[in-house]
Design a binder for this molecule. Structure first.
Ligand code: B3K
Ligand code: ZN
Length: 844
């Protein structure tokens, strides 16, 4: 397979003025008729090449005259005149056999599309690249009550509908949906007074009652983008469709967002608090793409972070505004540190803007998305809020309608703030997580912080250069008063010192407040110092982080020295648990522990080979010790934070439930499951029902409840995904593989449905001790199922291979077994380009 390089970018040799598409829908033989106006791009003359894959060309014409293009497996070339001309083609495709879920496919009886990144070429011959933008007019013919495409509806009749999208767009934003669907309608009046029709489309039946929350979230997002970024919606209609079979969360097609059902449908009985929060964030994210992604798109796929990093940053801001910024920042940091740092430290590490790829779908990663968002956050911190929003105004003004680059983005900031961002740009090109080491010094009232930064080598990048690191720092006095409020130190050198004068006594530093940069902070700190910050830091992120670091120390001590849990930690968490003045959501995060995978990473970073089973036992031991240490208050907290009255998913109620659930988890380790069984039996919402069930499963009980749950929810596929997932993720380590096998034998296991496949095998990979069971059974099992899935759905398969990316962390035996599973997968005949690339990168 061919590797594509950023340095080879060249504009397309033709410009597309408009495109007309007609779809005659039929399950195995849909006809797509296209009429496209091209004119030569005189600045960049070249071959007339149209992408096309797995499509049958029926006929083609240039200016009305039949032609015979040269067709290959990637597309076609054709002789065309050296002046504007009209290209016409009729092709045939088979949506019902399209199990890759890319292009036009069928899900639960409806037609839908997924074109990003390069799926449009499976629909018709076209320059399927994001820098070719055009105005689309679409006619859909099919015997369905609902026929949708992008833009505004033009006309419709029995069995047909026409749509026109006035905004030029790249093909990856094209969408079509057809089916027997029902709308949950509403409307929104924009800031300039235009009325927009809003719809969430679902299949008739129980889903109809699960649209209300998503609709309100959409309206909140539309309003927020007006209030905070001054961005107004630009069509008469905005449609969302829920689809059961979907490779990812959702897709921002212009005016017609397509969602994985799990990311839009919600009800108190069937969705957890975490589901509600995620649904709201994804609806916001896709909506925000209308400006950051659609109105301004990417020149080429290497610039993916231009739209994704910025849009994630915007959805994070939005979620913070809906609830608590501190809590959201902690949640985002947990995600970044547990998953992005892991990617950045392993064989799949790549820059936020990669420089080459074989299959672009493999680069929709946590690095591009979440580290991409961190870069925006650092930029905002460095230039300040006012300058940030000024720069964004200029970005929208200057680049509206463009297919832009990271250079364009940074230029906007340079022009509007006068800053030189040459060094800052390294965040986009350099992979790996910088380590920042700190020492300090106090003399004659002057306090100095000495920093050193170093980024370890990553694949293809042996040498690293110093990056610009915003370090938000505050200083506390011994009694916990803040003597120097948060100040952003701008580190640009490999080693750099900053001095604070006029201090009476040596202060306690609080460094990297609000997680001001995606780096690993390394410093010598006693448990007493950590406990002090846990108790006194005025920065909520660092207050949480001090506890997290302390818990990590304790876990490492238990694993490596079989030490007893440190009293400073136990007293510290108990104090937070008891402190009613703190936000319950914050408290529940503060009493949680680093994940087993994070502990493994930390041990590996410190030069110790992690033993997953020992980490599992240490983690269980610490949870038990914490529970015992505060056993007197657990029932009280559960009672105090039980939310009465009808369920509401708002951040405040969810925060209370989250603290009650944390207390329940602890209590379950002490009472043999009595409280969990009671919670399960009495719950009137999924959050608490699942918390009860999870508690029981965690201590190896709850078989009856599990069966009752299954029976109660057997007709609800989204709840059943939770059941599949929970069963595997809470299986005892030695039973994990066997449990996953049993799940695949359940009658409602369907490997073609990505949600169901992920529920089982994502959970297996996430059951750290179970996945890394010394027998290697889970490695083999996952490898075998991925080989089977690859023939059906390469994209989902390739994504899930990342479960193996941690192989270099482990002992020789596990390494050999993980590599063997990858090698067997890699040797599968007919392996997709997607999976082949991932396996190749992991094996090095
Ligand atoms: N842009 C899509 C992701 C497309 C993934 C293609 N493999 C959803 C999003 O980021 O909003
Ligand atoms: Zn996105």
């Amino acid at each position: 397979p061919q590797t594509i390089y950023l340095k080879d970018y060249r504009p397309f040799a033709y410009i597309v003025d408009d495109v007309h598409l007609t779809f005659k829908l039929a399950d195995t033989a849909t006809r797509v008729i296209s009429r496209t106006s091209f004119r030569p791009n005189t600045d960049f003359p070249g071959e007339f090449f149209l992408h096309g894959q797995d499509i049958k060309l029926i006929s083609a014409k240039v200016d009305g005259v039949e032609v015979s293009p040269k067709v290959t497996s990637e597309g076609l070339t054709c002789d065309v005149p050296d002046k504007p001309f009209v290209w016409e083609a009729e092709v045939e495709i088979s949506p019902s056999t399209n199990t890759a879920l890319e292009g036009l496919y069928m899900s639960g009886g409806m037609y839908c599309t997924q074109c990003e990144a390069e799926g449009f070429r499976k629909i018709t011959f076209y320059p399927d690249r994001p820098d070719v933008m055009s105005v689309f007019t679409v006619r859909v013919e099919g015997d369905y009550p609902v026929l949708l495409s992008n833009g505004n509806p033009v006309a419709s009749g029995n069995g047909w509908a026409e749509w026109h999208d006035p905004w030029p767009k790249p093909a990856y934003l094209f969408a079509l949906v057809a089916g027997n669907l029902v709308a949950h309608p509403s409307s929104f009046t924009t800031m300039s007074g235009k009325d927009v029709d809003l719809n969430i489309y679902v299949r008739p039946g129980s889903d109809e009652d699960k649209c209300a929350f998503g609709m309100e979230a959409l309206k909140r997002s539309m309003k927020w983008d007006e209030d905070v970024y001054g961005r107004e919606y630009d069509l008469d209609i905005f449609n969302i469709v829920a689809v059961d079979d979907f490779n990812m969360g959702a897709m921002e097609n212009k005016g017609l967002n397509v969602f994985n059902s799990s990311c839009v449908l919600a009800s108190p009985e069937t969705s957890t608090d975490a589901n509600f929060e995620r649904i709201e964030a994804i609806i916001a994210h896709e909506y925000f793409h209308n400006w950051t992604g659609n109105r301004i798109t990417c020149r080429d796929w290497f610039q993916l972070c231009l739209k994704e990093g910025l849009t994630v940053f915007r959805d994070q801001q939005y979620t913070g505004d809906q609830g608590s910024h501190a809590v959201k920042r902690i949640e985002d940091a947990i995600t970044l540190r547990s998953r992005q740092f892991r990617e950045d430290g392993g064989p799949l590490a790549h820059p936020v803007r990669p420089e080459s790829f074989i299959e672009i779908n493999n680069f929709y990663t946590i690095t591009v998305y979440e580290k991409g968002a961190e870069i925006i956050g650092m930029l905002k911190r460095l230039v300040g809020d006012t300058e940030y929003y000024n720069a964004l105004d200029l970005y929208f003004k200057r680049h509206d309608g463009d297919a832009a680059t990271i250079e364009d983005w940074l230029q906007v900031f340079e022009d509007s703030t006068g800053r030189d961002l040459t060094q800052f740009k390294r965040w986009y090109s350099q992979a790996g997580t910088p380590r920042v080491t700190v020492t300090d010094d106090f003399r004659d009232g002057s306090y100095t912080l000495n920093f050193a930064q170093e980024t370890p080598p990553t694949p293809g990048q042996d040498e690293k250069h110093a990056q610009v690191i915003p370090l938000a720092v505050g200083l506390l006095s011994e009694n916990g008063d803040e003597v120097v409020p948060t100040t952003v130190l701008e580190m640009t050198e490999s080693t750099q010192s900053f001095t604070f004068d006029g201090l009476a006594t040596k202060p306690v530093p609080s460094i990297l407040r609000d997680f001001s940069a995606p780096v690993i902070l390394q410093r010598q700190q006693t448990s007493a110092e950590r406990a002090f910050l846990m108790a006194h830091d005025t920065d909520p992120f660092n207050k949480w982080d001090a506890g997290d670091a302390l818990a990590m120390d304790v876990l490492k001590q238990i694993v490596t020295k079989d030490a007893a849990p440190d009293a400073a930690y136990l007293d510290g968490v108990a104090a937070i648990m008891r402190d009613d003045s703190l936000d319950p959501a914050f408290r529940s995060l503060a009493v949680s522990q680093p994940s087993e995978s994070e502990v493994a990473q930390a041990l590996h970073d410190a030069g110790t080979t992690p033993d997953p089973l020992a980490i599992y036992h240490a983690s269980e031991a610490l949870k038990l010790a914490v529970a015992q240490h505060m056993q007197d208050i657990l029932p009280l907290i559960m009672a105090q934070y039980t939310v009465d009255g009808p369920y509401s998913p708002d951040a405040k109620s969810a925060g209370k439930r989250s603290l009650a659930r944390a207390a329940l988890g602890m209590l379950t380790r002490l009472d043999g499951g009595a409280a969990a069984a009671k919670t399960f039996a009495e719950a009137d919402n999924m959050t608490m029902q699942l918390a009860g069930l999870a508690g029981l499963r965690m201590i190896g009980k709850g078989e009856d409840q599990s069966q009752a749950f299954r029976k109660q929810w057997r007709d609800d596929r989204l709840v059943m995904d939770k059941w599949f997932g929970l069963t595997v993720s809470l299986a005892a380590p030695e039973n994990a593989a066997q449990t996953a096998i049993m799940m695949t034998q359940e009658p409602d296991f369907d490997m073609k449905n990505p949600n169901r496949f992920r529920a089982v095998f994502g959970a297996l990979a996430g059951n750290s001790a179970g996945f890394h069971d010394a027998s290697g059974a889970s490695y083999t099992l996952l490898g075998e199922w991925l080989a089977k899935l690859d023939a059906i759905n390469p994209q989902t398969t390739a994504r899930m291979t990342a479960a193996f990316e941690t192989w270099p962390r482990y002992d020789a035996d596990r390494q050999a077994k993980m590599r063997a599973a990858l090698e067997t997968l890699g040797a599968t005949s007919g392996l997709s380009r997607d999976t082949g690339e991932m396996v190749g990168r992991m094996l090095g």
